[in-house]
Every structure is written in structure tokens, then in C-alpha cells.
Ligand binder design. Structure first.
Ligand code: GDP
Ligand code: MN
Length: 377
């Protein structure tokens, strides 16, 4: 689960990481008595808001409601702005990048620190490799003092103790919340010390059972912001269908959890990201196939749909019927890729061909085609 900036900052504050004071504005809120200068920030789960115009500074020269209305009218990378975080503006003399994540290859947590953070971190990381430092550390020992000293020196931090406190707090959050990413970009050097200007926290959905109350609270907050728009915002079970929302753009439907997981890995292997994991469950029907497609289709970031079916008790002619019905009913033209085999596959494939829907024998080929489509080539 990805958290909004305001949710991340609430956690930062509780762990003693300095953040600007501020408040959340929702679309129907009446705003009055605001004092400039303020930074007004669209609350979105996608990155790169600054570059896309989602961050505005109000210095008091024009009517603040004009800026707010402009922000609410924005859609960035398919996400509509439904909430704005208003923060007291700080003067920044330097921006630093810090994150804690996993080095999955080495199975260790990893601290990443960049001399110059900010909106161009990705580009500058490619251009100036010496400006980014990667430090793997022991999960049980945490980040050791000498490692923090080393980094502080490398990036010329004056206030070592404050810097250390922030990094230690970040790792505490990483551990206690079962996060997969805790990122501050930028951490600003200001005349009054270090301030986390942005907050990005991703939680491990697999750890949900350990933090039921937390996930519930965060999800409720997210639902208020996302409104009725995304009724699939959390894991749901409808009839026999299990639907798990993810953050990519390929809608995956399978008629078995194992096949689904395997396909998920294949998609990742081809460089794609899955928008949702949707499993039909048990013996199924054309109605359930149709329903699953409708659920998956609600996601605004969708670029392609991949359906993987293995006909045992399930009949491929039934499945094909549901897919054809969906294609006829829904005008939104998201390309669908099918892999089907087993019971009645000849009829199923014939129906797919008649409906002009690509059907594959090989799971690899179907996954690759769905990824290619989502990447736009
Ligand atoms: P992102 O684009 O989604 O990563 O949004 P950020 O919250 O990181 O903000 C992007 C950029 O806006 C930062 O790198 C800063 O340069 C600038 N910015 C954000 N808040 C402030 C602020 O309070 N003061 C100043 N001077 N710049 C800010
Ligand atoms: Mn940022």
C-alpha cells in the first residue's frame, strides 16, 4: 500500500522527523483565513507532482482560491486531484535525497543517500553516480553510527546529530510498519535545520495481518480522498472472485491463484507492472468472467488486460462467452490478451478469433504481448 504524503508526514511527525506544519483541504472544504506564504500540494499516489504542476507556491499576491481550484482541476498520470496539503513554505538552501528500501538480491535493507535530492534525482543518479551512496546494513543491528558518520561526511552535513536522528527514525518506521520504502525527497537544509519536505512510504501488503488497525485507518483515509471513484480500492471478495488492487497498468485475471502468481512473476520478468490480481476461484461461469473483467476495467491506469485460463472443470467456451460479452458491452478499448487451454479450448479459441481477441497457446507469449501493449510498443 502506497501512502499519501500527508499520511507519511503524520508518521514522520510521530517519530520525531521534522516536517512543516500544515493541513489538508478537500474539494468541498471552505477555505478562509489562510496566511501566505504557503505551499499547496496535490495529494497523489503517483510521483513527480512538482514537474506535472501539482505543487504551487502561494505568496499572497493572488487570490488563494484560484490556485486551489486550478489544482483540483488537475489529473496527473491518470490520477485526479481530490485533496491538497497546505504547508507553511520554508526557504531551502539545499535538497538531499534519503531513502531506506531493500536490496532484494542481497536480502538486506539498504540506505540510499544523494548529495542533491529534489525533482531531478532520477536523472542526476544516472549522470553523477558518485553523488549517490548505497549502504547495505544488517537488519538486526540497524544502521551503525560509523555508517551514518561516513555518509554525513560524504554529503557535507553540518548537523550530524540531527541527521543521525532522522535516519534512525526512518529505519524505525521501516521496521515497525513493515515498509518496503521510506523516502524523503527532498530533505531540505534550511536556516532552522533539516526539514522533510516530502514523504513517501510504501507498506508491505503481505504484512497487513500484523497491522490490521493501521491498514484499516489508512484505507479509510484514502477512501475519503478517492471517494466513490475507485470501489475496488481494497482487497475484496465478490462471489468467488478475489480482487487485489496493485499499482501497475496490466489487469491480470486467472482461474487459479497459482497460475495467477506465476503470471504475475512472468509479467514482472518482461518488465511490466500488474494493475490488479484477480482470481475467479473454483468452478466458474461466463457471468463470473464478465464480472471479473468489469472489476478490472474500473482501474483508470489500465493499459492492457491479460486473461490466463486452464480448463479443467472450467469450460473455455463459457469463459470465451463472458469475454465476448464484455467486449460488446464496454466501449473502453483496452486490448485483451488471452491464454487458454483445456476443456473445450477449440470452441473458446474460435470465439476469440471471431471477436478479434488475440489468443495464445503459450503463457509466456501472452504475458509478453500484454506487457508490450502496456508499454506502448
Ligand atoms: P514531488 O515533485 O511529488 O516529489 O513533490 P515534492 O514535495 O518533493 O516537491 C517538489 C519540489 O518543490 C521540491 O523539490 C522543492 O524544490 C519544491 N518545494 C516543495 N515544498 C517547498 C517549500 O516549502 N519551499 C520551497 N522553497 N520549495 C518547496
Ligand atoms: Mn518529492
Amino acid at each position: 500500500m502506497k501512502l499519501y504524503e500527508f499520511q507519511g508526514k503524520e508518521i514522520f511527525k510521530a517519530y520525531g522527523i521534522p516536517v512543516q506544519s500544515g493541513f489538508l483541504i478537500l474539494a468541498n472544504d471552505e477555505v478562509k483565513n489562510l496566511t501566505p506564504p504557503l505551499v499547496l500540494k496535490a495529494q497523489l499516489l503517483v510521483g513527480g507532482r512538482g514537474k506535472a504542476g501539482g505543487i504551487k507556491i502561494w505568496d499572497g499576491n493572488i487570490d488563494v482560491s484560484k490556485i486551489i481550484n486550478k489544482l483540483f482541476a488537475l489529473t496527473i498520470k491518470g490520477e485526479k486531484v481530490n485533496a491538497i496539503l497546505a504547508l507553511e513554505k520554508v526557504d531551502i538552501s539545499r535538497e538531499i535525497y534519503i531513502s531506506i528500501t531493500f536490496n532484494r538480491g542481497k536480502s538486506t535493507p539498504l540506505l540510499i543517500v544523494g548529495t542533491s535530492g529534489g525533482m531531478d534525482i532520477e536523472e542526476s543518479a544516472k549522470l553523477n553516480k558518485e553523488k549517490i551512496h548505497f549502504i547495505e546494513f544488517d537488519p538486526f543491528l540497524g544502521i551503525l553510527e560509523y555508517q551514518i558518520r561516513f555518509i554525513a561526511k560524504k554529503i557535507n552535513i553540518d548537523n550530524y546529530l540531527k541527521f543521525k536522528k532522522i535516519i534512525e527514525a526512518m529505519y524505525k518506521i521501516f521496521k515497525e510498519y513493515d515498509a518496503t520504502l521510506v523516502e524523503i525527497n527532498p530533505l531540505a537544509v534550511t536556516s532552522s535545520g533539516l526539514v522533510a519536505i516530502d514523504a513517501k512510504i510504501n507498506l508491505d501488503d503481505q504484512s497487513c495481518f500484523r497491522h490490521e488497525e493501521l491498514f484499516k485507518k489508512l484505507r479509510e483515509e484514502q477512501n475519503i480522498i478517492q471517494g466513490e471513484k475507485d470501489t475496488n480500492a481494497s482487497i475484496s471478495k465478490e462471489d468467488t472472485i478475489t480482487y487485489v488492487p496493485l499499482s501497475g497498468n496490466i489487469g491480470l485475471i486467472s482461474d487459479g491463484a497459482g497460475t495467477g502468481l506465476l503470471t504475475l512473476d512472468l509479467i514482472h520478468g518482461f518488465g511490466g507492472e500488474v494493475a490488479s490480481f484477480c482470481e475467479l476461484g473454483g468452478i466458474t461461469s461466463s457471468e463470473i468472467m464478465l464480472k471479473a473483467l468489469k472489476m478490472v476495467n474500473k482501474n483508470p491506469s489500465l493499459k492492457s488486460i491479460l486473461v490466463v485460463l486452464i480448463g479443467g472443470f472450467n469450460r473455455m467456451d463459457d469463459m470465451a462467452e463472458g469475454i465476448v460479452k464484455f467486449k460488446k458491452e464496454f466501449k473502453r478499448d483496452i486490448p485483451i490478451f488471452i491464454r487458454m487451454c483445456g476443456t473445450k479450448e477449440e470452441i473458446g479459441k474460435q470465439l476469440m478469433k471471431e471477436a478479434n481477441i488475440p489468443v495464445y497457446n503459450s503463457l509466456n507469449e501472452a504475458a509478453e504481448a500484454a506487457v508490450k501493449e502496456a508499454k506502448g510498443n
